[in-house]
Design a protein. Structure first.
Length: 298
Protein backbone atom coordinates (compact mmCIF):
# COMPACT_ATOMS: atom_id res chain seq x y z
CA UNK A 1 0.00 0.00 0.00
CA UNK A 2 1.49 3.22 -1.02
CA UNK A 3 1.68 6.09 1.32
CA UNK A 4 -0.15 9.29 0.74
CA UNK A 5 2.30 11.93 -0.47
CA UNK A 6 0.40 14.52 1.46
CA UNK A 7 1.11 12.76 4.66
CA UNK A 8 -0.98 10.73 7.12
CA UNK A 9 -4.65 11.65 7.62
CA UNK A 10 -5.62 13.58 10.70
CA UNK A 11 -8.59 11.95 12.57
CA UNK A 12 -11.71 14.12 12.56
CA UNK A 13 -13.59 15.13 15.66
CA UNK A 14 -17.12 13.59 16.10
CA UNK A 15 -20.02 16.05 15.84
CA UNK A 16 -21.90 16.37 19.11
CA UNK A 17 -25.68 17.31 18.82
CA UNK A 18 -26.77 20.20 20.87
CA UNK A 19 -29.41 19.52 23.50
CA UNK A 20 -31.76 22.22 22.16
CA UNK A 21 -31.73 20.77 18.67
CA UNK A 22 -32.35 17.27 20.03
CA UNK A 23 -35.30 18.51 22.03
CA UNK A 24 -36.73 20.23 18.94
CA UNK A 25 -36.35 17.07 16.89
CA UNK A 26 -38.18 15.00 19.49
CA UNK A 27 -41.00 17.52 19.69
CA UNK A 28 -41.39 17.50 15.93
CA UNK A 29 -41.58 13.70 15.83
CA UNK A 30 -44.24 13.76 18.54
CA UNK A 31 -46.33 16.26 16.56
CA UNK A 32 -46.15 14.11 13.48
CA UNK A 33 -47.27 11.09 15.45
CA UNK A 34 -50.22 12.98 17.00
CA UNK A 35 -51.29 14.25 13.60
CA UNK A 36 -51.45 10.71 12.22
CA UNK A 37 -53.60 9.60 15.14
CA UNK A 38 -56.05 12.47 14.58
CA UNK A 39 -56.53 11.62 10.92
CA UNK A 40 -57.46 8.06 11.80
CA UNK A 41 -60.06 9.27 14.29
CA UNK A 42 -61.61 11.63 11.70
CA UNK A 43 -61.92 8.84 9.13
CA UNK A 44 -63.64 6.60 11.65
CA UNK A 45 -66.09 9.36 12.59
CA UNK A 46 -66.94 10.07 8.93
CA UNK A 47 -67.63 6.37 8.28
CA UNK A 48 -69.93 6.25 11.28
CA UNK A 49 -71.79 9.35 10.00
CA UNK A 50 -72.32 7.82 6.53
CA UNK A 51 -73.66 4.62 8.07
CA UNK A 52 -76.05 6.55 10.30
CA UNK A 53 -77.22 8.67 7.35
CA UNK A 54 -77.89 5.61 5.18
CA UNK A 55 -79.89 4.03 7.96
CA UNK A 56 -81.97 7.16 8.46
CA UNK A 57 -82.73 7.39 4.67
CA UNK A 58 -83.86 3.75 4.63
CA UNK A 59 -86.11 4.42 7.59
CA UNK A 60 -87.59 7.48 5.86
CA UNK A 61 -88.29 5.48 2.68
CA UNK A 62 -89.96 2.75 4.67
CA UNK A 63 -92.11 5.30 6.48
CA UNK A 64 -93.06 6.97 3.18
CA UNK A 65 -94.05 3.66 1.57
CA UNK A 66 -96.13 2.81 4.59
CA UNK A 67 -97.82 6.21 4.45
CA UNK A 68 -98.61 5.84 0.70
CA UNK A 69 -100.02 2.35 1.22
CA UNK A 70 -102.23 3.63 4.00
CA UNK A 71 -103.38 6.58 1.89
CA UNK A 72 -104.26 4.28 -1.04
CA UNK A 73 -106.29 2.05 1.24
CA UNK A 74 -108.16 5.06 2.60
CA UNK A 75 -108.96 6.29 -0.95
CA UNK A 76 -110.29 2.86 -1.94
CA UNK A 77 -112.51 2.82 1.13
CA UNK A 78 -113.82 6.32 0.29
CA UNK A 79 -114.62 5.26 -3.30
CA UNK A 80 -116.51 2.23 -2.07
CA UNK A 81 -118.50 4.41 0.32
CA UNK A 82 -119.36 6.90 -2.47
CA UNK A 83 -120.50 4.10 -4.78
CA UNK A 84 -122.70 2.66 -2.07
CA UNK A 85 -124.19 6.11 -1.36
CA UNK A 86 -124.94 6.64 -5.08
CA UNK A 87 -126.68 3.30 -5.27
CA UNK A 88 -128.75 4.21 -2.26
CA UNK A 89 -129.66 7.56 -3.83
CA UNK A 90 -130.76 5.87 -7.07
CA UNK A 91 -132.91 3.39 -5.25
CA UNK A 92 -134.31 6.19 -3.12
CA UNK A 93 -134.98 8.35 -6.24
CA UNK A 94 -136.79 5.50 -7.99
CA UNK A 95 -138.86 4.97 -4.90
CA UNK A 96 -139.65 8.69 -4.85
CA UNK A 97 -140.57 8.66 -8.56
CA UNK A 98 -142.90 5.73 -8.03
CA UNK A 99 -144.37 7.43 -5.03
CA UNK A 100 -144.64 10.89 -6.75
CA UNK A 101 -147.49 10.12 -9.24
CA UNK A 102 -149.42 8.72 -6.35
CA UNK A 103 -148.95 11.87 -4.31
CA UNK A 104 -149.33 14.57 -7.05
CA UNK A 105 -152.70 16.24 -7.31
CA UNK A 106 -155.00 16.88 -10.25
CA UNK A 107 -153.57 20.32 -11.19
CA UNK A 108 -149.99 19.06 -11.53
CA UNK A 109 -151.14 16.17 -13.71
CA UNK A 110 -153.07 18.47 -16.05
CA UNK A 111 -150.13 20.88 -16.27
CA UNK A 112 -147.78 18.07 -17.17
CA UNK A 113 -150.19 16.81 -19.84
CA UNK A 114 -150.50 20.32 -21.28
CA UNK A 115 -146.74 20.75 -21.57
CA UNK A 116 -146.42 17.34 -23.19
CA UNK A 117 -149.17 18.26 -25.66
CA UNK A 118 -147.32 21.47 -26.58
CA UNK A 119 -144.08 19.57 -27.17
CA UNK A 120 -145.84 17.06 -29.41
CA UNK A 121 -147.51 19.88 -31.34
CA UNK A 122 -144.19 21.66 -31.94
CA UNK A 123 -142.56 18.41 -33.04
CA UNK A 124 -145.42 17.74 -35.50
CA UNK A 125 -145.17 21.28 -36.94
CA UNK A 126 -141.42 20.84 -37.41
CA UNK A 127 -141.95 17.55 -39.24
CA UNK A 128 -144.54 19.13 -41.55
CA UNK A 129 -142.22 22.07 -42.27
CA UNK A 130 -139.32 19.76 -43.07
CA UNK A 131 -141.52 17.65 -45.36
CA UNK A 132 -142.68 20.75 -47.29
CA UNK A 133 -139.08 21.90 -47.58
CA UNK A 134 -138.01 18.55 -49.00
CA UNK A 135 -140.86 18.61 -51.53
CA UNK A 136 -139.97 22.14 -52.63
CA UNK A 137 -136.35 21.12 -53.07
CA UNK A 138 -137.37 18.14 -55.18
CA UNK A 139 -139.61 20.32 -57.38
CA UNK A 140 -136.79 22.80 -57.91
CA UNK A 141 -134.39 20.02 -58.77
CA UNK A 142 -136.83 18.57 -61.29
CA UNK A 143 -137.45 21.98 -62.87
CA UNK A 144 -133.72 22.66 -63.08
CA UNK A 145 -133.18 19.29 -64.70
CA UNK A 146 -135.95 19.95 -67.23
CA UNK A 147 -134.56 23.38 -68.07
CA UNK A 148 -131.11 21.87 -68.51
CA UNK A 149 -132.47 19.23 -70.88
CA UNK A 150 -134.32 21.87 -72.91
CA UNK A 151 -131.19 24.00 -73.12
CA UNK A 152 -129.20 21.00 -74.30
CA UNK A 153 -131.86 20.27 -76.92
CA UNK A 154 -131.78 23.88 -78.17
CA UNK A 155 -128.02 23.84 -78.35
CA UNK A 156 -128.09 20.60 -80.32
CA UNK A 157 -130.65 22.02 -82.78
CA UNK A 158 -128.62 25.20 -83.16
CA UNK A 159 -125.51 23.13 -83.84
CA UNK A 160 -127.33 21.10 -86.49
CA UNK A 161 -128.70 24.27 -88.11
CA UNK A 162 -125.24 25.79 -88.10
CA UNK A 163 -123.75 22.70 -89.73
CA UNK A 164 -126.47 22.77 -92.40
CA UNK A 165 -126.06 26.51 -92.91
CA UNK A 166 -122.27 26.60 -93.17
CA UNK A 167 -122.07 25.15 -96.73
CA UNK A 168 -124.63 27.66 -98.02
CA UNK A 169 -122.80 30.50 -96.32
CA UNK A 170 -119.55 29.33 -97.89
CA UNK A 171 -121.15 29.33 -101.35
CA UNK A 172 -122.55 32.80 -100.83
CA UNK A 173 -119.24 34.13 -99.55
CA UNK A 174 -117.41 32.55 -102.49
CA UNK A 175 -119.78 34.12 -105.01
CA UNK A 176 -119.44 37.54 -103.42
CA UNK A 177 -115.67 37.21 -103.40
CA UNK A 178 -115.56 36.18 -107.07
CA UNK A 179 -117.78 39.08 -108.10
CA UNK A 180 -115.58 41.51 -106.18
CA UNK A 181 -112.44 39.92 -107.61
CA UNK A 182 -113.81 40.14 -111.15
CA UNK A 183 -114.63 43.81 -110.73
CA UNK A 184 -111.17 44.60 -109.34
CA UNK A 185 -109.37 42.71 -112.11
CA UNK A 186 -111.39 44.47 -114.80
CA UNK A 187 -110.60 47.86 -113.25
CA UNK A 188 -106.88 47.00 -113.10
CA UNK A 189 -106.90 45.87 -116.76
CA UNK A 190 -108.64 49.06 -117.91
CA UNK A 191 -106.18 51.20 -115.96
CA UNK A 192 -103.21 49.30 -117.42
CA UNK A 193 -104.52 49.73 -120.99
CA UNK A 194 -105.13 53.43 -120.38
CA UNK A 195 -101.53 53.88 -119.15
CA UNK A 196 -100.06 52.05 -122.12
CA UNK A 197 -102.11 54.08 -124.61
CA UNK A 198 -101.09 57.32 -122.87
CA UNK A 199 -97.40 56.46 -122.64
CA UNK A 200 -96.81 54.46 -125.80
CA UNK A 201 -99.57 55.75 -128.07
CA UNK A 202 -97.14 57.54 -130.45
CA UNK A 203 -94.34 54.99 -130.18
CA UNK A 204 -93.87 52.18 -132.65
CA UNK A 205 -94.21 48.87 -130.80
CA UNK A 206 -92.70 45.53 -131.57
CA UNK A 207 -94.67 42.59 -132.91
CA UNK A 208 -94.79 40.87 -129.51
CA UNK A 209 -95.88 44.05 -127.73
CA UNK A 210 -98.65 44.65 -130.28
CA UNK A 211 -99.96 41.08 -129.81
CA UNK A 212 -99.94 41.45 -126.02
CA UNK A 213 -101.78 44.78 -126.22
CA UNK A 214 -104.32 43.26 -128.61
CA UNK A 215 -104.87 40.31 -126.23
CA UNK A 216 -105.46 42.63 -123.28
CA UNK A 217 -108.00 44.66 -125.23
CA UNK A 218 -109.78 41.48 -126.27
CA UNK A 219 -109.99 40.31 -122.64
CA UNK A 220 -111.33 43.72 -121.61
CA UNK A 221 -114.01 43.67 -124.27
CA UNK A 222 -115.10 40.13 -123.36
CA UNK A 223 -115.33 41.06 -119.69
CA UNK A 224 -117.47 44.08 -120.50
CA UNK A 225 -119.74 42.00 -122.71
CA UNK A 226 -120.07 39.36 -119.99
CA UNK A 227 -121.02 42.00 -117.44
CA UNK A 228 -123.54 43.59 -119.81
CA UNK A 229 -125.06 40.18 -120.54
CA UNK A 230 -125.41 39.48 -116.82
CA UNK A 231 -127.13 42.78 -116.21
CA UNK A 232 -129.44 42.21 -119.18
CA UNK A 233 -130.30 38.77 -117.84
CA UNK A 234 -131.20 40.24 -114.48
CA UNK A 235 -133.46 42.80 -116.14
CA UNK A 236 -135.20 40.18 -118.27
CA UNK A 237 -135.61 37.74 -115.40
CA UNK A 238 -138.94 39.29 -114.44
CA UNK A 239 -140.45 38.96 -117.96
CA UNK A 240 -138.93 35.61 -118.94
CA UNK A 241 -140.88 32.41 -118.64
CA UNK A 242 -139.51 29.83 -116.21
CA UNK A 243 -140.50 26.23 -115.78
CA UNK A 244 -142.43 25.88 -112.53
CA UNK A 245 -140.77 23.90 -109.80
CA UNK A 246 -142.28 20.88 -108.15
CA UNK A 247 -144.08 22.09 -105.06
CA UNK A 248 -146.36 19.16 -104.32
CA UNK A 249 -145.99 17.96 -100.78
CA UNK A 250 -144.14 21.13 -99.76
CA UNK A 251 -145.56 23.94 -97.64
CA UNK A 252 -146.60 27.02 -99.54
CA UNK A 253 -144.35 30.04 -99.16
CA UNK A 254 -144.77 33.68 -99.94
CA UNK A 255 -143.31 34.96 -103.20
CA UNK A 256 -141.50 38.25 -102.96
CA UNK A 257 -142.25 40.41 -106.00
CA UNK A 258 -139.43 42.53 -107.30
CA UNK A 259 -140.25 46.21 -107.33
CA UNK A 260 -139.43 48.13 -110.47
CA UNK A 261 -136.90 50.90 -110.43
CA UNK A 262 -139.60 53.57 -110.56
CA UNK A 263 -140.89 52.59 -107.13
CA UNK A 264 -144.28 54.21 -107.83
CA UNK A 265 -147.00 53.64 -105.24
CA UNK A 266 -149.43 50.86 -106.15
CA UNK A 267 -146.94 49.23 -108.52
CA UNK A 268 -147.46 45.79 -107.01
CA UNK A 269 -151.24 46.07 -107.39
CA UNK A 270 -150.87 47.21 -111.01
CA UNK A 271 -148.64 44.31 -111.93
CA UNK A 272 -150.99 41.88 -110.24
CA UNK A 273 -153.91 43.23 -112.32
CA UNK A 274 -151.88 43.04 -115.52
CA UNK A 275 -150.94 39.45 -114.79
CA UNK A 276 -154.58 38.50 -114.28
CA UNK A 277 -155.75 40.38 -117.41
CA UNK A 278 -152.97 38.87 -119.48
CA UNK A 279 -153.95 35.40 -118.40
CA UNK A 280 -157.61 36.06 -119.26
CA UNK A 281 -157.07 37.66 -122.71
CA UNK A 282 -155.73 35.95 -125.83
CA UNK A 283 -153.16 37.84 -127.86
CA UNK A 284 -151.12 37.04 -130.98
CA UNK A 285 -147.90 38.49 -132.30
CA UNK A 286 -145.12 40.34 -130.60
CA UNK A 287 -145.71 42.92 -127.94
CA UNK A 288 -143.71 45.60 -129.72
CA UNK A 289 -145.60 45.22 -133.04
CA UNK A 290 -147.50 48.45 -132.47
CA UNK A 291 -144.31 50.42 -131.90
CA UNK A 292 -142.83 49.17 -135.19
CA UNK A 293 -145.68 50.64 -137.27
CA UNK A 294 -145.05 54.06 -138.82
CA UNK A 295 -146.26 56.92 -136.70
CA UNK A 296 -147.26 59.09 -139.62
CA UNK A 297 -149.01 58.30 -142.92
CA UNK A 298 -148.03 60.52 -145.80
Amino acid sequence: MSEDPRGPKVPRKAVVEKPARAAEREARALLEKNRSYRLLEDSEESSEETVSRAGSSLQKKRKKRKHLRKKREEEEEEEEEEASEKGKKKTGGSKQQTEKPESEDEWERTERERLQDLEERDAFAERVRQRDKDRTRNVLERSDKKAYEEAQKRLKMAEEDRKAMVPELRKKSRREYLAKREREKLEDLEAELADEEFLFGDVELSRHERQELKYKRRVRDLAREYRAAGEQEKLEATNRYHMPKETRGQPARAVDLVEEESGAPGEEQRRWEEARLGAASLKFGARDAASQEPKYQL
